[in-house]
Design a binder for this molecule. Sequence first.
Ligand SMILES: [Ca+2]
Length: 475
Amino acid sequence: MNPRLVFMPVLTLLGLLIFAAVSAIGATERPPNIVIIFTDDQGYADLGCYGSESIRTPRLDRMAAEGVRFTNFHVAASVCSASRASLLTGRYSSRHGVRGVFVPGNNGLSPGELTLAEFLRPRGYATACIGKWHLGDAPQFLPTAQGFDTYLGIPYSNDMYVGPSQAWADNATFRDGWTRERALEAQSFVKNNVANRAAIEAKGLRDLVPLMEGQQIVEFPADQASLTRRYFDRALDFIDRASADKKPFFVYLTPAMPHVPLFASSEFLGQSPRGLYGDTVEEIDYHVGRLLDHLAARGLDENTLVLFASDNGPWLGKGDATGSAGTFRDGKFSTYEGGLRVPAIIRWPTRIPAGQTSDALVSTIDLFPTLARFTRTPLPDRALDGHDLSAHLLTPSAPFASQPYFCMNDGQPVGVISGPWKLLPHGGKRNLSPETPPELYNLTDDPGEKTNLASAHPEKIRELKALLHIFSNSL
Ligand SMILES: [Ca+2]
């Protein structure tokens, strides 16, 4: 027999075996680990790699150099609760119903909404929420009721107070002269004045916030100076436990800083040229570095996607405690760019090319469909507002056709960005007046939204109003 005739089937068989082996790896390949770090009220320009000359962020700068740094990344609302609800659901606030900021009480993100944690957990993910939640502090709204296996954190902003319906752990720690009796008394005052924030603050309860573990308060008032460190410590511990269990992990890590009141630990206090605000950001930067080192040391680096971003622009009017939006106009609560455009870095070694800068118009709502693709999890049967960015992330240099982005204020679409154009039919202030004439900006030429081009481009206004109209009708 011709030896070649014997050899060919052997080669074919070998090829089939290799193909089968590769397919098997593909089918059983672990989905990526996901870490989302979402800071509070940090401005666009409050990082070295976004132009800060006084806040030193070497680890975040390096993370950007090892991944993609976004220059046109928007949160879906310029206030905490609405912004966070959109990141976790992939939906605008007009769809998930969280309009602005929750105060301690009995409201929260509807349990009927599907969070990223609820989406990923059936895929085998271990899920942790560590830090600020701000989507409801009553038991039925806490992270543990929204898909997270564990929760450690302050359930709302760090300038608030104890909520009316939180449970206390038997072994809770009381600090600064507080006792269980006094704390229960304060909680009962809140319960009886739940709609009267002014009365609660007049009672001196502001800035005294509970630290919760799961569904119980474990520390009151929370020791805020050590929070950043403790949050990251918990994240590293959770990552180790998930790895030991051979589970992919989803960590949603939301520092309290740099939201006022500002606190830094003794190692960082007084160190930044930018003052206490800088101290808090530099402390976060240090711990982001620790987390990245931790992933690398455990061989998890190459299969972990890490996102760093802020939940909204800087809270203006807080003196030295206010961050910087750089060239962008206005800040938190506003639909000008200073409120909505935030620093954002995504790093995933081996998959996302290093050293990229993306000026694509993207948003936190895009994360849900993007992570669905990366984790190969079928999309849920419900309306999502975001778009899959996976192709853009894997090849940031390739042409990218961005989708229109809708500016939300108090749960309503009040503006739209399409390509370089931005229309605010009644301006971008928090309290909109229907009498305010339309504002039209070209963000490429005028990122600071200084020159209103409305009278020069009536056709552009018609076009963008039509987009807004179509979107409003889709709700
Ligand atoms: Ca915020």
